[in-house]
Design a protein around this ligand. Structure first.
Ligand SMILES: [Zn+2]
Length: 263
């Protein structure tokens, strides 16, 4: 059976606890990468996520692109969210097991690039570029040395702060390249592309327009059903997307994907 880690971005929202109910019913563990500004809005929901046995990750305070910020501003934004996550664990009376972070928009500080594609074999680079490019408006323009330096500085800083990723057993050759596997922030190996179902995005020229389209994306993914490697699945917690979340999660479960504990 294929194993996958469920990673949920943009929590908490007024729908979060309903998602927790759904996941508990289906025995699905998950990590919620929370926005600090949302934690401030819904502190009790945040503590309740922890009480229910799910894990909190950091998704920045104000959900900004790291490329447009100075290094110190990105660090400050991350630390502001860290303090709120610490407070949520304290409020829940649960010990925190690790520090986990995902960049908003997967903007890791180096502009149009997610990882340094030129530093890896071209076959692997093509797979990763396809994985990340869908809807993220990437191109293969080489970032300036300053941006590459900022991305590197952020990785070094995240490591020094003790950030890690709670994923094991992801063994795709393109993931084992250190640009992916040594990242101190959470990347992914499969995006549900659920966010394309929001009204704001449905009017745009995205490849997926219905839940059935997204189910086909799950069915046809070349890596998601691999028996030998675990996957890291990206999905969102947004007001508009609760039904999409439940439909896609149910579909992945029906397709035999086993969701793995986070720790
Ligand atoms: Zn986000």
């Amino acid at each position: 059976m294929a194993g996958a880690y469920l990673t949920i971005d943009d929590s908490p929202t007024p729908k979060t606890l309903a998602l927790c109910d759904f996941m508990t019913t289906h025995n699905v563990p998950a990590i919620f990468y929370c926005r600090g500004d949302h934690i401030e809005q819904y502190p009790e929901v945040t503590a309740e996520i922890v009480r229910r046995g799910f894990v909190l990750g950091n998704h920045g305070y104000a959900h900004q692109r790291a490329t447009g910020l100075h290094l110190a501003e990105v660090q400050e934004d991350i630390l502001k969210c860290e303090a709120l996550i610490d407070a949520a664990y304290a409020q829940a009376g649960v010990a925190r097991r690790g520090k986990y972070f995902r960049f908003p928009y997967l903007d890791r500080g180096c502009g149009a690039w997610i990882v340094d594609y030129h530093a890896m074999p071209s076959d692997d680079a093509a797979i990763i570029q396809k994985l990340f490019a869908e809807g993220l408006y990437l191109d293969d323009t080489q970032p300036s040395p300053e941006l590459l330096q900022k991305q590197q500085s952020l990785q070094t800083w995240l490591a020094a702060q003790g950030f890690t990723v709670p994923f094991d057993g992801v063994t795709f050759p393109w993931y084992t390249h250190r640009e992916m596997s040594a990242a101190k922030d959470a990347l992914y190996t499969f995006s549900t592309a659920d966010w394309m179902m929001t009204q704001r995005h449905l009017s745009k020229d995205h490849p997926y327009k219905t839940i059935d389209d997204l189910k086909r994306k799950i069915d046809n993914d070349p890596f998601l059903h691999d028996e030998k490697s675990n996957n890291i699945v990206l999905i969102h917690d947004q007001d508009e997307l609760k039904d999409v979340f439940e439909a896609l999660l149910a579909h992945m479960i029906a397709r035999g994907i086993e969701f793995l504990p986070i720790d």
